[in-house]
Design a binder for this molecule. Sequence first.
Ligand SMILES: [Zn+2]
Length: 345
Amino acid sequence: MPLVPMRQILDEAAKGGYGVGAFNVNNMEQIQAIMQAANDTNSPVIIQASRGALKYSKMIYLKKLMEAAVEEYPHIPVALHLDHGNSVETCKMAIDLGFTSVMMDGSLAEDGKTPNSYEKNVEVTRAVVELAHPLGVTVEGELGCLGGIEDGHGAGLSDEAVKDHLTDPAQAEDFVKQTGVDALAVAIGTSHGAYKSGRKDPKTGEVLPPTLAMDRIHEIHKRMPHCHMVMHGSSSVPQELVDIINKYGGKMPGTFGIPIEQIQDGIKHGVRKINVDTDSRLAITGAIRKVFAEQPEKFDPRDYLKPAREAAYQVYLARMKAFGQAGHAGDYKPMTLDEIKTIYR
Ligand SMILES: [Zn+2]
């Protein structure tokens, strides 16, 4: 099976009332762990690479690893998605490389830091849609700005500033109409990375969970019941994974993630793609630290990369079950980019 257009995976998820995890990858172990989990749960899946991941993997390696993934598991629908494309050129490069979906993040300027004007966001996003749809490639846009910085990408907004950059539901409706995007990333108070909250209890100084504006999702879904929404920065940052890291010499105090229940509430209201990166990073790092601490005599990379891959697998497995995509890989006949082209026309 070739890579599937992400649009079809999201359309089918909407029909089935479930969400699909979009997992970030940089290397072979992550791709293998995702595919193994998708196979074991019979899940359609979205694999995504950021600009940083493409640079790290020198692009061609990532492409070939993905070819191997679909060859090994021909019965699993997989979309390959560019995460946070910063320009029309970057999106075009990913499309040329064989990605079946791209994100044009026009919420930020090309530097990946400065918030864009609404008009500029519409302009660059529409340009990517005009480029991608004739080729059958899916486009995700973003309206509003998320907190945090990941891989050098993000406005680095404070908790207070994030509140001023939440997605406005009326503007979202206009944005989707004007750009023709297939999926809309919404800003509801989530942040990239492992530190999703700057809120502290004034008495104890303890970090409190981030507050999410779930009502924005409910409102957008009411206005546009057929719009596929995307939740970014949606790792749950499980305390037990952070504890393993800290137990074996790591230093990650004050982490906070997005509770699975809130993601599931989003899925009930039109969220179809859930971006998860940090959780697999935590699992991998914890597993490696554990081997290093407990078996300092080991020096074969396989001795720690194998447990790392297994730890990441457990994360993917749990998310696929929690998001509801498990069991749905065989529900439909995957489309090719050529087939979906005709629908866009
Ligand atoms: Zn993101």
